[in-house]
Design a binder for this molecule. Structure first.
Ligand code: GLA
Length: 519
């Protein structure tokens, strides 16, 4: 390995290649370059419940604990971090500096904490001069240095807002930020937040992985069913623009916030699942009711959302007030159908095989995902009665098997080696990655191009795979070494690629270890 500056951060060759590739011809999809967000991102952002207050490190850490404790992590929720939580300011020389009063571990330290819990780190900024509340600087004129700061803080997801953007257009501002992210060399899920301005669904698939299609679903702490339904109405019309790696985002969810009934909580979640919308929870996870936990962690509903085909369902027919949502074929050939009753009286609806996209004569099994009942084999229409604001969420299949798509859960996304000893020391640390879907996955394939001090092997035992990371400090001088490991896999039933898995490896060589300091 070539000589490195004294305290040095290295990136893996894989990432260097990524940057090189990105400087070439513009790819069709941003996700073609990084393999990220091939199913809708799942996670938590604080804005809907908390606004800026009382956002701080304590809230984020308590929420991480609650997310793990409640079973949300096991259900697939991964991305978490402050939204506009007054995280940083810009110093006199133009560099972003963390707000240590609110985030005493610093933004890098908070990222490490999140990664060590097996979660991914989400940060927030703005494309204009200031963020919406004006409490934080925006990226305008500082795109490259700011995205470098986000990469150094190890963000895995960045939401970029659209406030204070006089004279800018989303069509030019966001691609510049994409270029800045690629130049920074860290794979990052890019969430555009122009609330539909500039119609990002028409052009942003090569820029980011998701884009807001609507205005805010609510002001902080003010969940509104009526406002949420407006977002659903607008987002529904855009179904053709969504797919793996490029999602319509009708905003963070309000499920579990005060102002919604239990029925509305479940219906909202079902609609987000059916629309293949990002499942970013927006409620206070520390004080959720059992009923909210049950809804947010429902494996079968999440299976509809996380389907590898990534089709956004749409309204195929209305029957009185009731809406029949379909057009969402799933990875095993089954079909998802949602009957939603936004009206104020119970609705009786006949779902025809045609609504569900299957032939009239087909012999079908029908699974009601919320009651967990399967009927069939049967032929013809399916009769459902749906209470006001409620849903019936069905999965319709020609076979009596309803497999769940992969849900990947890691025990950690960070390996940290500390070496001090003789110069031939070898260190090993493992991380485990589970699939909480139905299948046993093929072995993850680690991308080539790791730095010479790191090797990774993968072994499987049932639905858990172990990544053994070996660091060798022979020949390394004192300093800090860093690599990002990338691994790929395919969902075995559909053969479709799964979101790439990335994790950080840090190696600190200190004291008597290694050779002399490489300065
Ligand atoms: C905008 C966004 C919200 C939130 C706030 C923060 O309104 O749409 O989701 O990020 O800014 O100020």
């Amino acid at each position: 390995m070539t000589k490195l500056p004294r305290i040095v951060t290295t990136v893996s060759m894989g990432l260097l290649l990524l940057v090189g590739f990105c400087r070439g011809e513009e790819a069709k999809l941003r996700s073609d370059q990084d393999g990220l967000a091939l199913t809708p991102p799942m996670g938590w952002y604080p804005w809907n419940e908390f606004g800026q207050e009382p956002q701080n490190e304590k809230l984020i850490k308590e929420t991480v604990e609650a997310l793990v404790r409640s079973g949300m992590k096991e259900a697939g929720y991964t991305y978490i971090g402050p939204d506009e939580g007054i995280c940083f300011s810009r110093n006199a020389s133009g560099k972003l500096t963390p707000n240590l009063a609110r985030y005493p571990s610093g933004l890098h330290g908070l990222g490490d904490y999140v990664h060590q819990q097996g979660l991914k780190y989400a940060l927030y900024t703005d494309a204009g001069t200031r963020t919406c509340s004006k409490a934080m600087p925006g990226t305008k004129g500082h795109e490259f240095e700011d995205m470098k700061a986000f990469a150094e803080w190890r963000a895995d997801y960045v939401k970029v807002d659209w406030c204070n953007t006089t004279g800018q257009t989303p069509q030019t501002a966001y691609p510049k930020l994409r270029d800045a992210q690629l130049a920074a060399g860290r794979p990052i899920v890019f969430s555009l937040c122009s609330w539909g301005q500039g119609q990002p669904w028409k052009w942003a698939a090569s820029v980011g992985h998701l884009w807001r299609t609507t205005a805010d679903i609510c002001g902080p702490g003010k969940a509104s069913w009526t406002a949420a339904m407006k977002n659903v109405e607008a987002n529904e019309k855009l179904s053709a623009s969504a797919g793996p790696g490029h999602w319509n985002d009708p905003d963070m969810m309000i499920t579990g916030m005060s102002g919604l009934s239990e029925v509305q909580n479940r219906s909202l979640f079902s609609l987000w699942c059916m629309m293949a919308s990002p499942l970013m929870a927006g409620n206070d996870l520390r004080s959720m009711t059992e009923s909210t936990i049950k809804v947010l962690t429902d494996r079968e509903a999440i299976g509809i959302n996380q389907d590898p085909l990534g089709i956004q369902g749409r309204i195929v027919r209305k029957d009185g007030a009731a809406e029949i949502w379909a057009g969402k074929r799933l990875f095993d050939g089954s079909q998802a159908v949602l009957v939603f009753n936004p009206g104020e009286a119970p609705a009786q609806v006949q779902v025809t095989p045609g609504d569900a996209g299957v032939e009239e004569s087909a012999l079908l099994y029908v699974r009601d995902l919320w009651t967990r009942q399967t009927s069939g084999p049967r032929v013809g229409s399916i009769r459902v009665t749906v209470a006001p604001h409620d849903v019936a969420m069905l999965r319709i299949s020609k076979t009596n098997s309803f497999p769940l798509p992969p849900i990947i859960v890691a025990d950690s996304y960070r390996v940290a080696f500390h070496a001090s000893g003789n110069s031939t020391q070898k260190l090993t640390q493992a991380i485990t990655v589970k699939n909480n879907g139905s299948s046993e996955l093929p072995l993850w394939t680690v991308s080539p191009g790791l730095p010479s001090w790191l090797s990774v092997t993968v072994t499987a035992s049932g639905k858990t795979q172990t990544f053994s990371n070996k660091a060798s400090i022979a020949g390394l001088g004192r300093g800090h070494y860093h690599a990002v490991v990338k691994a790929d896999n395919r969902e075995p039933i559909s053969g479709l690629p799964m979101s790439a898995l990335y994790y950080d490896v840090d190696l600190e060589v200190s004291g008597a270890a290694g050779g002399p300091a490489n300065n």
